[in-house]
Design a protein around this ligand. Structure first.
Ligand SMILES: [Zn+2]
Ligand SMILES: [Zn+2]
Length: 234
């Protein structure tokens, strides 16, 4: 898992390269085996490895597009169209991260697992300190912090009528947790709240789905709900 992967063409990548938004924090040596909660992370790593392995070919492709042969009367550049892709399903609430190749031309077309629809500005993502702060919160604190954002984003989503299952799932999980002490959620600061309030429903779900919960299949069930909502949205 933590080993560097080698893509084709000699490009190496480490897990912190390109994107770490949904990366769960690693716990100090718990078990040598791969627990079920890590299965999705493993798939994501594979996905990312495949993505990175395409970089040399795509860079070449982009280069050829950036230096077109001279033409006496070049046609006016067409406005960027929103071409749907696999990763665009449920845009803008449920789609995957925006495709970084799309502005130049993504050769994967509609089979690309990243979003090809327009995203205004950069998508909100947590910095390292914020991710560590969320990790330090624990499971209950995380749900207490995220639930208001889940409710807000679910209510505003195109698939709002279908999001009750997800919200109830999170509420039930929170209610089932031991209430030994209330985590100090408020001390995390407005900056973190600001990022969370700009995150999409899919990004919020990713924060739970990529987390390892003790004695709970909540991450897997949240991922299942996200997949279901995406299929409803398309
Ligand atoms: Zn999108
Ligand atoms: Zn793409």
């Amino acid at each position: 898992m933590g080993q560097p992967s080698r893509g084709m063409g000699g490009i190496r990548y480490f897990r912190t390269f390109i994107d770490v938004e949904e990366e769960p924090m690693s716990f100090p040596a718990r078990a040598q085996s791969c627990p079920p909660a890590n299965a999705e992370k493993f798939e994501e790593d594979l996905d990312l490895a495949a993505y990175v392995s395409e970089l040399p070919g795509r860079a070449q492709e982009m280069k050829s597009k950036l230096t077109p042969p001279p033409s006496p009367s070049p046609p006016p550049r067409a406005p960027r169209a929103s071409v749907p892709s696999l990763g665009s399903r449920g845009h803008p609430d449920l789609c995957s991260r925006p495709c970084i190749f799309f502005p130049f031309g993504c050769h994967l077309g509609d089979s690309c697992t990243h979003c090809h629809a327009d995203h205004a500005g950069r998508s909100a993502r947590l910095d390292k300190r914020q991710r560590l702060a969320l990790q330090a919160l624990g499971e209950r604190g995380l749900l207490m912090l995220l639930l208001p954002h889940f409710r807000d984003r679910a209510a505003g989503a195109k698939v709002a009528p279908h999001t009750q299952g997800l919200i109830h799932m999170l509420e039930a999980a929170l209610a089932d947790m031991d209430q030994e002490e209330d985590p100090d959620v408020l001390s995390l600061g407005k900056k973190l709240e600001g990022v969370l309030s700009r995150m999409s429903l899919a990004s919020l779900a990713g924060l739970v789905a990529s987390r390892r919960f003790s004695r709970s299949s909540l991450p897997q069930r949240v991922q299942g709900e996200l997949d279901r909502l995406r299929s409803v949205a398309t």
